[in-house]
Write a protein that binds this ligand. Sequence first.
Ligand code: FAD
Length: 292
Amino acid sequence: MKIIDLLSEKKLSLSFEVFPPKTEMGFDSVKDATEEIAKLRPSFMSVTYGAGGGTSRYTLDIAKNIKARYNVPTLAHLTCVSSTKETVRNMIENIKAAGIQNIMALRGDIPEDKLSEDRSRWDYTHAIDLIRELREADGNFCIAGACYPEIHPESENQKDDIAHLKEKVDAGCDFLTTQMFFDNNLLYNFLYKIREAGITVPIVPGIMPITNANQVERAMKLSGSFMPQRFKSLVDKFGESPAAMKQAGIAYATDQIIDLYANGITNVHVYSMNKPDIAGKIQSNLSDILGK
Ligand code: FAD
C-alpha cells in the first residue's frame, strides 16, 4: 500500500514513528514495543534510520515485521550523506526485496568529523540526490521527504530553504513530513509560504509529545524548535513530577492535533519514540474524533 494513497482521506488519521534498536541485544524489546504500537492500527508507521548506517539492517527488520504481522503500511527511512553509492544501492535493493514501497528519503545530519571535508567528493550532498536515484531505481516507490516549518538549522533564511524544498519535491517527492513544532501557527505560516512557492504535495505535520522535562532540551537542540510560553509554563509547573509531566505533555500534543484537524489537516504523524502507552493515550484522547 502506497502511503500517498492514504493521504486524501477527509477524516483525521494518526501515524506513528518508531526507531530501530542500535544492537541485536535491544532488538526484541523494540520489536515488542513497535508491535504494541502497530496494534493501535495507525494509518502507517515510519521506522527511522541511523545516519551512520549503524541501524540500517534493523530499520528493515522492524518495518518488515510490522507490515507482515499487522498489515500496517510502513515507511522505511533512508539517509545518504555518510554513505557510498554502493551502500545506498544495496539498501534500495533490500527495501525492494522486503516488499516495502514507501521510503522517507533523507540527507541525514553531517557527522562532526566530516564537516570540514570537501563535499564535492561525496557521493551524496543533499536529499535530492537520493530522491533522483530512487526515482531512477524504481518508478513505483512512494517517496517522502522532510521539511522544516521553522527552517532547517543550516539554512540562512526561509526563502532559500523553501526554494531547495521545491527542487526536492520536483525531483520526485510524493509527500512531506515536518520536523516537530510546538506552536501550530508556525505550521500554518509555513503552509501558506510553501503553497505560494508552488509546492502542492500533501504535508504531514509531525507532533512530538514531550513527556519528561529532560526531553525538552534535547528536542530543542535537535530540532531548533521554538518553545511557546504556554509549553514552558507547563514544564515549569510539572517538570519535577514525572507522572504529571507525562499527562500534561500528552494533553499538549493532543491539543495540537485537535487544532490541526480543526484547521483542515487530516493526517498527523506522532513521534511516538517506541512508547506504546503514549501513542495509545493520545489515540484514546481522540477516540471520538478518530472514530476508534
Ligand atoms: P536536505 O533536504 O538535503 O536539506 C538539508 C539542508 O540543505 C537544508 O538547509 C536545505 O535547505 C539545504 N539544501 C537542500 N538541497 C540543497 C541544494 N540542492 N543546494 C543547497 N542547499 C540545499 N535523520 C536520520 O539520521 N535518520 C532519520 O530516520 C531521520 N528521519 C527524519 C524524519 C523527519 C520527518 C525529519 C524532519 C528529519 C529526519 N531526520 C533523520 C533528520 C534529517 O536527516 C536532518 O534534519 C538533516 O540535517 C537534513 O535532512 P534532509 O533530508 O531534510 O536534507
